[in-house]
Write a protein that binds this ligand. Sequence first.
Ligand SMILES: [Zn+2]
Length: 387
Amino acid sequence: MYSIILNISFDSRFFTQIVLVPLQQFSLNKLQRSKDTPLRETLDALSSDQLSPAFGLFVKQLQRGKQLEPYRFLDNQYLIGIDGSQYFSSEKIHCPSCLTRKGTRSKMRYSHQILQAVMLHPHMRQVLPLAPEPVANTDGSSKQDCEINAAKRILANIRSTHPKLPIIITADGLYSKQPFIDTVKAARMSFILVAKTTDHKILFQWVDEFDGLGQTGHMQLTDDKGRQHLYRWVNQVPLNGSADADQANFFEYWLQVGPKVTYHNSWVTDITIGKHNVVELVQAGRARWKIENETFNTLKNQGYHIEHNFGHGQRNLSMNFFTLNLLAFYIHQILELCDPGYQYCRSKFSARKEYWNNLRAAIHIMLFRNFEHLLRNLADPPEIRAP
Ligand SMILES: [Zn+2]
């Protein structure tokens, strides 16, 4: 696997190898220990940084093939959602990188968390992951790492990998604080971040004040289904009560079905808000759920077994298994986006899990010439009688 990753290319053999990664839960478990120990040892010693360049290479290949064009949004920028997730937790198994906290019965609980950045678009089903950033303890540090620190690192990594990409960062309320916003600006990126009343009392007081003076923008739209979309916005409001507070632009949205509000949220951004873009801004802010639903939920519950302990190791094994699994997911997103053969085969199965089960069963009992051969046979199976 080591050599596969270091020789990344877009040939079908590579696809085949990587595509099979999420299917290995069974084979890894069933392999005799003597056989898979060298694989685990190699992966444990491999620095996670050596796998990360794959994500950037994929983006560049997609860009070259004009596959990123549909992802442009809000003045040709790219929306990148960031969010944290935990993929490993145990009271027994641990390594020096584990985060630690006292769990139930005051036993120590060990965990691994990552911060994930994902390129997304409100109208595109596929999400494109960028290199994950571990929230992990490093040697010699007495302080636990945290999601915000990981976020600052991930922004620097994204900017150095993609120096010219026009980027809007979207994230939840944890991130709409001044230090993080300053980091986003320093990385030459824009932002759309959830801002809740509970965290931004002063900001909301300002907004209400402007509203009283008639200086906020308002818009109301009714869609085909009769639902009401209500928008309110104001530019240049102090983000908090401190003397040197950043100025931010604020927008708020209500979805009303009949007399009932079924969705409400509010955000801050550096993009100047007006009637021309407030609908898109809300779509961008709401697209953030795709990182939870279309990314983490898929990785956890749709056949990738991201929370399964494939092996923990003493250095990088846990993180590297996570990254390889994520790369497999990424390849599938790329195939869904641009490979007609894959799209055709996938369309034959409604649930993703069912698709993987069929793929797994097929390779368990039959030999195929290559990945295309496998897909063709799975999509339109020949009539075979058991011997
Ligand atoms: Zn660990």
